[in-house]
Design a protein around this ligand. Sequence first.
Ligand code: HEC
Length: 105
Amino acid sequence: MQVRGWTKFRSWALATAIVSVGLVSPVTLHAQGSAADGITPEVLFTATCGACHTLDKATGQRLNRADWEWVMDDMESYGMIWLTPVQRESIVDYLVDNYGRNVPR
Ligand code: HEC
């Protein structure tokens, strides 16, 4: 019984932590990366992907959509947990357009 209660508390604490990170993130303060609010996909990319390392980790790559999706999963495993699904999609679109397999370096 004790153990159960603790487990429940832990998942509650984790959920709260995730929500809190989302609230303080500069990226989520504004909407979805549409041009209308001034947060273009490029700004979303710069703010998000520059949060943990330099942008050249991404800009030096040329990947297809499936591989960029894989990179996003990988970054989420490193802690990039504040994006909405729409924000994530708009970054992937941006990456495919600018750093896709066939884009010249
Ligand atoms: C929460 C921190 C974090 C964020 C945000 C983040 N990354 Fe990373 N990224 C890492 C870590 C940690 C590594 C691996 C260690 C290293 O190489 O510095 C890494 C490595 C990479 C690599 C090298 C290949 C690999 O998978 O190790 C690429 C490409 C990359 N990131 C792209 C991105 C892109 C694109 C974004 C934005 C969508 C992004 N990262 C956002 C933490 C992050």
